[in-house]
Ligand binder design. Structure first.
Ligand code: RAM
Length: 552
């Protein structure tokens, strides 16, 4: 049979199919009618950046020292006046120290000292959060993230005198300036370096109790600096890198913020932004950018972060009583539960292998971490937290299956993952013992208080236990210690881990910190790690939420 494409019956059928199909595609977006409103609310709650001018405090010299963090330390070398008042040709490679971590724009002044400028001057500025960034060669670059994250900028000045502002927003404490090219016929100097530093923090957090041990006060100070630097017009994960909003970072930043800068409005903005930019199947995307237009990183599907969104929303509604936001975003929280439903087996065990194939299941950057327990625990935790959110919003009837699902997952976890002999939770086919597993089994309530205490105490004696690779995972470990009532252990561990960074000279806390491997990098090149990283600021939350543990 020859199909007559112009046959009116055929045309009508095609038209009908197109309408139905198009309608169907649109109907797949469950938030179609809300997205614009969510994005508008995100925009309405965008904070204004506050600009502060920072001047350098001196010049330093980077010295090799095997005892220093990553083998490099900054040694005071001279006053800034030395740079400002002498020929730059004699200062090649000078390092300027701003005395603290700053995020913003660098301006300097350049002027002839002798002779007529008869050709351009080319300078290279390298910014560093830690001394090694200014000392280790970047090339040939072996990292797995863009080489361009590294903050070396070339500036060519064609006329002088001139005031020059480097257009890229930069982040760090130290600035190295090198001379790449100049005419032999004139001399010049650089002066008036100013960093226009930005943050959206406007609030001075309350002082800690006078009884607070010095090391805890120092940890709090560095944690506050970390959070302040990451609080731009969203909660950035790191102002040097990745400079964007990630759900997991947002969750921890919002907790720390609640107890310090009281920045609930920024939390609100971020929650709306993530909702407005979620995928068309209603599932959240793990990270979003603000510019040039708000957009998500396409395809960034990170399972644990979708679930943590619900927890962050519940925490926000609890802290603020802002039920309206809770109700607006409730459909998003409800939708994320489908992820758990999809992987929960009839036996109550999450199919972590299948989930791992279909998603980025993260939890930590530690190599070799088996994520079965973490996923099982976070799923239970999320179900319970989402139910608590439903209760706050009067929506329990919309999720009436989740309490029993949580119970089922919990019972199965206890049956399959708890080893009564050792008193520890084991994960995966190799029965791995890790900090992450114990933490999530405890936070989810799978372990009783007694079992939790025993597991956490036994854990420190297990030789090959998988340790946290980042302050992010360490957060959940501290939370588990507190949850199980091991208060002095929580204090000791926080003091040792974050205090370790303070003792190694941290101005802000690092994205990755393994006390036994300072060069650890998930990106195959440690200078590209972020050394002011949002998820590391949470001692601020612990110290201020539990003064009875940490402030005495
Ligand atoms: C890295 C960043 C970010 C984190 C993700 C999972 O790219 O460190 O903070 O949330 O990983």
């Amino acid at each position: 049979m020859v199909l007559n494409l112009l046959n009116p019956k055929f045309l009508l059928l095609s038209f009908f199919l197109i309408v139905v199909f198009a309608g169907d595609v649109k109907a797949q977006d469950p938030y179609q009618t809300y997205r614009q409103d969510w994005l508008k609310k995100a925009e309405d709650n965008k904070p204004k950046l506050i600009e502060t001018e920072k001047q350098p405090i001196g010049l330093v010299r980077m010295e090799k020292d095997p005892a220093a963090f990553q083998g490099w330390k900054a040694v005071p070398a001279d006053s800034v006046g030395k740079l400002y008042n002498t020929s730059f040709k004699t200062q090649n490679g000078v390092v300027v120290d701003f005395g603290e971590h700053v995020t913003g724009y660098l301006t300097f002044f350049i002027k002839s000292l002798k002779g007529t400028p008869d050709g351009p001057v080319r300078l290279k500025f390298t910014f560093g959060e830690v001394p090694a960034e200014l000392s280790v060669p970047f090339d040939p670059y072996k990292g797995t993230l863009s080489r361009a994250w590294l903050q070396d900028e070339t500036v060519t000045v064609t006329e002088m005198p001139a005031e020059v502002t480097i257009p890229r927003r930069l982040s760090g404490r130290y600035v190295k300036v090198e001379l790449l090219g100049a005419s032999p016929n004139f001399d010049f100097h650089i002066s008036n370096m100013v960093f226009k530093a930005n943050s959206s923090v406007a609030f001075k957090p309350p002082l800690l109790a006078a009884t607070t041990p010095q090391i805890i006060a120092d940890i709090d100070r560095v944690g506050l600096a970390t959070l302040k630097e990451c609080m731009q017009t969203v909660y950035e994960d790191g102002p040097k890198r990745d400079r964007r909003l990630w759900i997991g970072d947002l969750y921890l930043e919002s907790l720390a913020g609640q107890f310090s800068y009281q920045n609930n409005q920024l939390t609100k903005r971020c929650l709306y932004l993530l909702a407005g930019l979620s995928a068309e199947d209603g599932i959240l995307l793990a990270n979003v950018f603000e510019n040039p237009e708000p957009h998500a990183q396409a395809g960034s599907r990170l399972l644990d972060y979708c679930l943590l969104y619900n927890v962050a929303l519940k925490e926000y509604v609890t802290a603020t009583d802002d039920r309206q936001t809770g109700l607006d975003l409730w459909p998003v929280a409800k939708k994320q539960l489908d992820i758990i439903r999809k992987y929960a087996g009839a036996d109550g065990m999450m199919n972590y292998q299948k989930a791992g194939k279909e998603w980025w299941v993260f939890f930590d950057w530690q190599d070799g971490l088996d994520k079965q327990d973490c996923l099982q625990g976070l799923s239970i935790y999320t179900l319970n937290q989402t139910y608590a959110l439903a209760k706050l919003l009067g929506k329990e009837n919309e999720v009436d299956d989740i309490q029993s699902l949580a119970k089922k997952l919990k019972a199965a976890a206890y049956k399959n993952l708890y080893d009564p002999k050792s008193g520890l939770f084991v994960s995966g086919t190799n029965k791995q013992i890790s900090y992450g597993s114990q933490a999530w089994m405890i936070l989810s309530g799978v372990a009783s208080k007694q079992e939790a205490q025993a597991a956490l105490k036994a854990l420190t004696t297990v030789k090959d236990a998988v340790h946290p690779g980042t302050p992010y995972m360490f957060h959940y470990y501290i939370a588990a210690l507190i949850e199980s009532g091991l208060k002095s252990e929580a204090k000791d561990e926080l003091q040792n881990y974050w205090g370790g960074m303070v003792k190694k000279g941290a101005d802000t806390f690092w994205e990755v910190y393994d006390p036994k491997d300072e060069l650890k990098s998930p990106y195959n090149f440690y200078p590209v790690n972020s050394y002011c990283h949002a998820w590391s600021c949470t001692p601020v939350y612990f110290i201020r939420k539990y003064p009875e543990i940490f402030q005495r």
